[in-house]
Design a protein around this ligand. Structure first.
Ligand SMILES: Nc1ncnc2c1ncn2[C@@H]1O[C@H](COP(=O)(O)OP(=O)(O)OP(=O)(O)O)[C@@H](O)[C@H]1O
Ligand SMILES: [Mg+2]
Length: 313
């Protein structure tokens, strides 16, 4: 039996979930985290967005910069955090430059802090640095603090520029302790045993095109392969072939039947259109795919049902 998508992703250390705006990145990231946490793993779900959603999605308290368990009763091994750019910057400079007083001054002074933040890509680097720290942290027994880190990444364009920052920075800061950290982060992102880039898309024209372009640019520009694709919002095929033929025949023969079957035929046409888009996507993009049905569930019910789907082989 082939391994489920949940099992494949849970075998990594870092899962970066990206895709076009609004396709279900936050929802899928939460579901991947839940599926792994149910299996007993210690999972951290990382939010970066301006609009925090993890608290709502998991029916817990909104996460803070520090990882906390946000819905203890339901998910006792699931931590979440929402990275604060200023604190991430402070930690990044402290860890790499190790000049405590200077860093405190440089980041707590409002004018200096603004200067730092205006430096090219420093926010992205600080965020990636935090992910690297989560990935490398060990408890006193040498066990990883988190087994799996799932990141609700920004959408396409911003994700691309963020993931390219360590390499870009390397060219500028050669030889410093900042360069060593940038190299470590870049190595983590490129290690396919540790890191998976998971693209979420919908079976529609624009999201499919954007997913293909994203995978292509990640590969061409950054040598990063995105080998996991979640096709979200797939409409269930409610009729079998015989039923479809009957509906079409009756609708052709009889105008009352045609009216009766309006909704059924609309559904049939949507399913076949989606199937064409999915076929196109699979032809254009080399990856492991998983279909996620569109459901009426909301909140934690939606996350649970997607986690169930991901867990099925
Ligand atoms: N499989 C699904 N079935 C039903 N509703 C879904 C499904 N996936 C996502 N949704 C709903 O679609 C909306 C968008 O999802 P979500 O917020 O996860 O997208 P996003 O890609 O993170 O968006 P943004 O780019 O704004 O961050 C939400 O209301 C979510 O509940
Ligand atoms: Mg989102």
């Amino acid at each position: 039996m082939t391994e489920s998508m949940a099992a494949v992703l849970a075998g990594k250390r870092l899962v970066l979930v990206t895709g076009k705006g609004g396709v279900g990145k936050s929802t899928c990231a939460a579901a991947i985290a839940v599926a792994a946490a149910r299996g007993g793993k210690r999972v951290l779900l990382v939010e970066l967005g301006a609009r925090p959603v993890a608290g709502e999605l998991l029916d817990g308290v909104p996460p803070d910069h520090e990882p906390t368990i946000i819905a203890a009763a339901r998910f006792p091994s699931l931590w979440a955090c929402r990275l604060d750019e200023r604190r991430a910057l402070q930690e990044y400079l402290l860890e790499t430059l190790k000049l405590k007083g200077l860093v405190k001054l440089a980041t707590e002074n409002r004018v200096l802090a603004r200067l730092w933040q205006a430096a090219p890509s420093v926010d992205e680097m600080s965020i990636l640095n935090a992910l690297w720290r989560f990935e490398t942290e060990r408890d006193p027994g040498g066990r990883p603090r988190f087994d799996l880190i799932v990141v609700d990444m920004p959408s396409t364009g911003h994700a691309l520029s963020m993931l390219g920052v360590p390499r870009g920075a390397l060219a500028m800061i050669r030889g410093s302790s900042l360069a060593a950290r940038a190299r470590d982060i870049d190595a983590m992102l490129h290690d396919t045993n540790r890191t998976a880039i998971c693209i979420v898309t919908l079976p529609e024209e624009l999201p499919v095109n954007e997913a293909v372009q994203l995978a292509d640019r990640l590969q061409r520009e950054l040598e990063l392969s995105s080998t996991h694709v979640l096709i979200n919002g797939v409409a269930a095929d409610v009729f079998d072939e015989g039923e479809r033929a009957t509906i079409e025949r009756l609708a052709e023969e009889d105008s009352t039947a045609r009216r009766l079957f309006v909704a059924a035929r609309r559904r049939m046409s949507m399913v076949s259109q989606q199937a064409r888009r999915i076929g196109e996507l699979k032809e254009r993009l080399q990856a492991r795919f998983h279909h996620i049905a569109w459901t009426r569930a909301r909140g934690v019910g939606l996350i649970d049902s997607i986690a169930d789907a991901l867990t099925r082989a």
